[in-house]
Design a protein around this ligand. Sequence first.
Ligand code: ZN
Length: 404
Amino acid sequence: MTRPVHTPHASLTAFPNPHSRLAKRPRRSYPVEMATFHAEDYVDFLSKITPDTQHEHATQMQKYNLGEDCPIFDGLFDFCKLYTGGSIDGAVRLNHGLSDIAVNWSGGLHHAKKSEASGFCYINDLVLAILELLKHHARVVYIDIDIHHGDGVEEAFYLTDRVMTVSFHKFGDAFFPGTGALDQVGGAAGKYYSVNVPLRDGMDDDGFRVIFKSVMQKVMDTYRPGAVVLQCGADSLAADRLGCFNLSLDGHADCVKFMKTFKVPLLVTGGGGYTKSNVARCWTYETAALLDREISADIPEHDFYYEYYADVEYKMKVQPTNYIENLNTKSYLQDIQQKVFENLRALEHAPGVAMHEVPPDSMIPEFDEDDLNCDERNGGETGRDARVFRDDEFYDDDGDQDGS
Ligand SMILES: [Zn+2]
């Protein structure tokens, strides 16, 4: 499950970053882009519904699984446009060789379905970003280390061999969303292109490192993707309010570091995370890892949210707990690994996925000048940027409207 987060950015800006890479403000994505995956009627409903009008549309609210886990709140559709624009633009930058790695911590809403919201995910930015990558790459790997199964992304590409989805998640005990069993491997042309690594409570760093690295090494060797999308949900960390794994920051970040070593264009997104201070720690730490930077063990004093970090003495640390038992025995993990390897071996003998005809470049409509120059954009947000971006960061706010 995923939640919008604001703290990682504030925490990131607390660290000096004199050689900062480019920080880009993404454009808002357009409803027509969302509808390249989502049903038009669903996108249209999301764009119009408000907290005040939702009670007049009970049937559709139910049809689209809105309410409860997926509440309607003020600015919902703008939130969708922003996080989706970030992921699509990240993919566009990778496609054009403008970045080796693109990061969108506000993205990663992996549960959203074609015509349905789920687990606080409304628009599936990951699916849309992968569709963008598929315009330039024959094969894309999607990896999900959120504690919840990456069901929305898997479902979207379940029948195709052009995307291999690999999800590491807690499975069993009716844990949300309930899918992601080991034998859920894809169908039709996509058989064996969905990889599920179902795990039990208490997953620790050592076990996770072994299973993640061995499976991903095999996937990369077998499938040889042109681009990788990595969803880094932080609810797999120890002490998460909803999670039941026991990973430290290093255990989580090692996945990011490992995928970086393949030097394949990489889109990194956020995802779930319910102990807010740890979400911020995690994605700050992983940003540093992606930039090959060491950051201090002490979180520097700063103006925003500093008090949140009192929980672990203002340290960049997520402490594994000792009150959760690790139910992932060595033999359990070995069995899973063996089964996943068997499935991947079936692919080694299959003909490689041919590079299909390359479709036209990103279908991004001409930008709307009104949108670009609206007060919100030039006044409100730029004003806020000035407060949260450090002077020594290079903040770039141009050029992205045309998707360059
Ligand atoms: Zn989650």
